[in-house]
Design a protein around this ligand. Structure first.
Ligand code: PLP
Length: 692
């Protein structure tokens, strides 16, 4: 069962809202502009829902329009205010020189300001109102700047952090400054969570969105204060008193009506009270703190919606945490936009002045007010399972369990590859190209594995590798000998070969600096089976490496994973990448009984794993970070391989790499486990013993 903790992004539709929408589509499908009985019924429905919303939001003599959502509401409000400013300016009145918006506002607000400011030719300055470390608006700034402002935009509650704005303080600052600015308050995240009494304030415009509170997407509300200027965004048939033309979204309005009815219900069966939601959030917070020791909150809980938690965990990226939660079938969102290689920090957290690691590593967990006790209990249990997975896989900030190190593991940092080569039988390991930024992660892995480190080598002689070696020696004095005599590339002066039990590492010094590290298995006379060297430089070493031996690159921004001399020379022909959709999966398995399904997710995801239940098929766990270990065997056997992961990204990389290396039957499950037609059935995780 999915545990959906991303209610600030959107919510499921309440059953009674779904029923109301279907009723409006199938039975009461009239056009409210028609004068016949079917039309009159639809008109009565609209009027009833509007009256309910007016009561709940205390709109007084203000207008409340049905719109398609908050983005449309924001456009309409900004257009109305800016159009009025332009008319005033044309009439010779002073309108101020700027438009102000809170620095943590949803992008729809500054983008709408920019858009309409340009379209209307106003050319006013657009400036952000700074916020403090708690996410609260700088009221001194507002008092100072509001007299020069034509419009001020401040949200009621923030979508990323849940921080609730001090609307009374903002209103007082506007009053004290004597500003005549219009005021828009984005009420999207506040609806149903904190009371809003619009007619009791000087708020001119307030947009709302149905899909953030259990109504479907495509329906929203816009409040316009009585007397505030208005310019329609949509002209046409004159619906909504000619303020918003277009035949009304009756099913959306009906559904929103059902939600508002539940909200107004004095018995409160559907929605939890503020105190109950705070209690739920406290339980989620306690589970998080236990699962992720060292976690920090990115906004003070006391000043936030009782439904939102935004946090970061030292040493764990936002992307990693999202993958972890997703593997446990818990849906959360990153506080920041991630690209494959680099996490872009959240502008909201940056505006609050939080350190970069917090702004880039943020995760948001949000519940809707309709959740119940059983849901929260299950969410807490899943969060605990995430913590357990981290501890078992040496990823927790504390309390990690010992692990066995064997073979090659790759650690990526913005395209740069660090390799840890370990031998379980000999209990020794070697590090290649570590970077100082990876210190905490590597130190954790090496401590859990607890093997003496025979050498920390650099393929290029880069200063950063030496720096990382010194930091590791200071961090792990019992595993790495700081006093060992080594050259500038980290190679022990007294040795010509590094003996790692079943494996041996030789080196070849390169013209122009740096070294190629050649790994062989078995006795001293064995040929190289893996070379750590830049693939271009490998061409000069073709004799020693051989045309087919794998090359592990020091940099892999293109996500190729490995190469060979033959490929670099253009002598090898890559096989095509083969793609499979979820619907084709069972048919593929039936047609290829000898196929091997390979889960390329990381062990901390596999521990929580949900894998498709497919009778009779062989399953192997091979995380992308350990991929190089398995490539030679797969290339030798040429059996059909189907790679899968959560979203299809990593499995595509895996299949592409194998196809490029000449494997003729490397498939990827496009769209990943996320797009499998039915919810996958929990099966035991792939056998870790199959890890080589
Ligand atoms: N304002 C806030 C605070 C939001 O969270 C969102 C949605 O993410 C919007 C505006 C835009 O809402 P809609 O999706 O209804 O256009």
């Amino acid at each position: 069962m999915e545990i959906y903790l991303d209610a600030n992004a959107t919510t499921p539709v309440l059953p009674q809202a779904k029923a109301a929408a279907i009723q409006a589509m199938v039975e009461d499908y009239g056009n409210p502009s028609s004068v016949h009985s079917t039309g009159l019924k639809a008109r009565a429905l609209i009027d009833g829902v509007r009256a309910r919303a007016q009561r709940l939001l205390d709109t007084g003599r203000g207008q409340l329009l049905f719109v398609s959502g908050a983005t449309e509401g924001i456009q309409t409000a900004v257009l109305s205010a800016l159009h009025a400013l332009r008319e005033r300016r044309e009439a010779g009145e002073a309108i101020g020189s700027q438009l102000l918006y809170g620095a943590t506002e949803h992008k729809a607000v500054p983008e709408a300001l920019k858009h309409w400011n340009a379209v209307l030719g106003l050319n006013l300055a657009i400036r952000a109102i700074p916020v403090n470390l708690q996410g609260q608006h700088d009221l001194d700034f507002l008092r100072r700047e509001a007299p020069q402002a034509g419009l001020v935009c401040t949200m009621a509650a923030n979508n990323e952090t849940g921080v609730v704005s001090d609307l009374a303080g903002i209103e007082a600052a506007l009053e004290a400054s004597g500003s005549a600015a219009f005021w828009m308050v984005d009420g999207v995240q506040a609806l149903g969570k904190i009371p809003l009494r619009l007619s009791q304030s000087r708020i001119d415009y307030a947009p709302f969105s149905g899909h953030k509170l259990y109504a479907p997407k495509g329906i929203g509300l816009l409040y316009v204060r009585n007397g505030a200027p208005f310019t329609p965004l949509m002209a046409g048939g004159g619906q909504e008193g000619a303020l918003r033309s277009g035949t009304e979204n009756m099913s959306g309005i009906a559904a929103l009506g059902a939600v508002l009815e539940a909200l107004e219900d004095p018995e409160g069966k559907t929605f939890r009270s503020h105190a109950e939601m705070s209690g739920f959030r406290a339980r989620l917070a306690a589970a998080l703190e236990q699962a992720f020791p060292g976690l920090v909150y990115n906004a003070p809980l006391a000043q936030s919606l009782p439904t939102t938690l935004n946090f970061s965990v030292p040493g764990l990226s936002s992307r990693l945490l999202q993958d972890l939660f997703d593997a446990a079938d818990v849906r959360v969102s990153g506080g920041s936009a991630c690209s494959a290689a680099k996490a872009a920090p959240s502008f909201v957290l940056q505006a609050m002045g939080l350190p970069d690691w917090q702004a880039a590593g943020a995760v948001r967990l949000s519940i809707g007010p309709a959740v119940d006790e059983a849901f929260i209990a299950e969410a807490c249990a899943r969060i605990q399972a995430c913590g357990e997975s981290l501890r078992r896989n040496c990823m927790s900030p504390t309390d990690n369990l010992p692990t066995v190190g064997e073979g090659l593991s790759r650690f990526m940092l913005e395209g740069a590859c660090c390799y840890v080569l370990a031998d379980a039988a000999a209990q020794r390991c070697v590090l290649i190209d570590p970077l100082p930024e990876q210190l905490s992660r590597l130190a954790q892995v090496l401590r859990c594995q607890n093997y003496p480190i025979a050498a920390v080598l650099s393929s290029s002689g880069a200063a950063a590798h030496g720096e990382a070696r010194a930091l590791l020696a200071a961090e792990l004095p019992d595993l790495l000998d700081a006093a060992a005599e080594i050259d500038a590339l980290g190679w022990p002066l007294t040795q010509t070969e590094l003996d790692l039990g079943a494996r041996r590492l030789r080196r070849v010094l390169l013209d122009g600096g740096g070294q190629a590290l050649l790994l062989s298995e078995g006795g001293p006379a064995q040929a190289c089976c893996l070379a750590f060297v830049d693939p271009q430089q490998a061409l000069a070493l073709a004799e020693q490496i051989g045309p087919q031996a794998l090359i592990a690159p020091p940099n892999d921004l293109a996500q190729l994973l490995a190469s060979t001399v033959a490929l670099e020379r253009g002598e090898a022909v890559a096989a095509p990448l083969l793609q499979l959709s979820g619907e084709q999966l069972q048919r593929f398995v039936d047609a290829h009984p000898d196929a091997l399904l390979i889960d390329v997710r990381e062990p901390y995801e596999q521990f929580l794993s949900q894998t498709p239940e497919l009778a009779g098929v062989a399953l192997q766990a091979m995380p992308l970070s350990r991929f190089l270990n398995a490539i030679p065997g797969w290339l030798a056997e040429q059996q059909p391989l189907l790679f899968f992961c959560r979203s299809g990204n990593r499995s595509r990389q895996a299949a592409q790499a194998l196809a490029r290396l000449g494997h003729g039957q490397a498939w990827t499950l496009a769209g990943g486990l996320a797009l499998l037609p039915d919810a996958p059935i929990v099966a035991p995780a792939a056998d870790p013993a199959l890890l080589v």
